[in-house]
Design a protein around this ligand. Structure first.
Ligand code: PGA
Length: 249
């Protein structure tokens, strides 16, 4: 059975005080689901604090981005080693907000993902089309090309150790969600594209849906055969909502 993953992307939210309150509430409320990884991805400055709070809990820690470099003169960049020593085991890569505001390309995301895997982090690699691309009926073309780019040069075991997140850009933070059927169609398409690279890895790799996932739509999305979890933004900032989404998985 494929592992399910529910990951919370806090984005630029989470002062130390907020982090303590949210994580304490999460730890108190969350059950330990079978075959489902629970991950929170707070901002860099509170990663270590989060690690201390989550020490005896099943909730795993992730970061929201990572440098492709090991160390050196890269102002404001954070390395894989720094993330690992802060307690992170996952890292989100190629989120559409990184692609949009920081011009991250598939090629860079590919290099970062290879670096993450080599250093022992699990990359959550994001792809997804814009509204304009969907309306022009280019979803498969765009997502197919992103998958080909971000997974270029991956050996089968590297695919199997990764997590893919399909996040239609038009559904992120907008309250608009893909219907379960729309999302399932793209997830199936992604799995087929991965199967072109390696059949076995395609059966193993969790593919998460992201974009306005909330407690009231989580059930429908997560019951689709190719949706293996969720990458949650806004609803990850409310302990009750995040736990309800975990319960749906
Ligand atoms: P959202 O964000 O749940 O607030 O739409 C999802 C994401 O960007 O990962």
């Amino acid at each position: 059975m494929r592992q399910k993953v529910i990951a919370g992307n806090w984005k630029m939210n989470g002062t130390p005080r907020e982090t303590k309150a949210l994580l304490k509430a999460l730890v108190a409320a969350s059950r330990t689901p079978e075959n489902c990884a629970m991950v929170v991805c707070p901002p860099y400055p509170v990663l270590h604090l989060a690690d201390v709070i989550l020490k005896d809990s099943p909730i795993k820690l992730g970061a929201q981005d990572m440098s492709v470099h090991d160390r050196g003169a890269y102002t404001a960049e954070v390395s894989a080693e720094m993330l690992l020593t802060a307690g992170a085991t996952y890292v989100i890569l190629g989120h559409s907000e990184r692609r949009q505001y920081h011009a991250e390309s598939d090629q860079l995301v590919n290099a970062k993902a290879k670096k993450a895997l080599a250093d022992g982090l699990i990359p959550i690699i994001c792809v997804g089309e814009t509204l304009e691309e969907r309306e022009a009926d280019r979803t498969e073309e765009v997502v197919g090309s992103q998958i080909g780019g971000v997974l270029a040069g991956f050996a089968p075991d590297m695919i199997a150790r990764s997590v893919i997140a399909y996040e239609p850009v038009w559904a992120i933070g907008t309250g608009k969600t893909a219907t379960p059927e729309m999302a399932q169609a793209v997830h199936r398409f992604i799995r087929n594209r991965v199967a072109d690279l390696n059949q076995e890895a395609a059966e193993t790799v969790p593919i998460l849906y992201g974009g306005s996932v909330k407690p009231d739509n989580a059930d429908g999305l997560l019951s689709q055969p190719d949706i293996d979890g969720a990458l949650v933004g806004g609803a990850a900032l409310k302990a009750d909502d995040f736990v309800a989404i975990i319960d749906a998985a």
